[in-house]
Design a protein around this ligand. Sequence first.
Ligand code: ADP
Length: 261
Amino acid sequence: VTSEDEIGDLARSMNRMAATLAHVEAERDELDKVRQDFIANVSHELRTPLTTMQGFLEALQDGLVQDGASRHKYYDVMYKETLHMSRLVDDLLELVRLTKHEFNLVKQPVNMEALLNRLAFTFTAEAEKRGLALRLALDLPLPAVLGDAGRIEQIFVNLLGNALKFTEHGYIELAAREEKGGVEVTVTDTGIGIAEADLAHVWDRFFKVDRVRSRSETGTGLGLAIVQELVGLHEGVITVQSKLGEGTVFTVWLPGNEEQT
Ligand code: ADP
């Protein structure tokens, strides 16, 4: 015997199931859209250098570029385009690996003082080449961070690389201090800055404020997406503040090694 109450219950759970299904379908469509956008972006990013190379190769093949100097320029552009494509593929593979959680972070206590000193040393030469000063401001002592040293280094290599890339005058500062049992690191530059409307998008895959300029600088638009994944895998926090024409500050907080504290 099926009572009206039971039918009512059944109807309600069918409704719930239908609602859940609609929700899952909406999510699936959304996922498909993300995937489609991703594929479209990758194709576009690879298509552009390929088109350039194809055109240049055809011109060379057809004997349209006779003098040595022009030929040299053509080869140079083609070489740079292949470098750009390699970087793009490397970054893509890295990002996919990170988001699929296919690899394990080897988390150990990381001495941040040593790591940041090493980075400052590496980047000083590059900064000086561009007439920029690299300042290091460590508020010592810093607690050890629990993380994968190589991956943490990668976070700051990307941030410092961007700071250099987008700064023409002034300085880059790498600073760190203890914060909430962990370490807060800031990478500050006096560069071109990021408009408020663009700020939320800097983490998006393939996002570049100025595509032409960044392309000549061989940017892939994937660096900050990778940084964000890496900070997340460390259960850290990353934020950005910027003012157009004045400069940018990226702040990364990484949790301390609790066993130590
Ligand atoms: P890219 O390979 O282009 O550097 P990123 O993901 O690292 O890719 O950065 C995305 C975009 O965010 C950059 O193309 C640039 O427009 C902007 N951006 C990132 N860092 C800075 C910075 N320090 N100053 C100004 N703009 C920046």
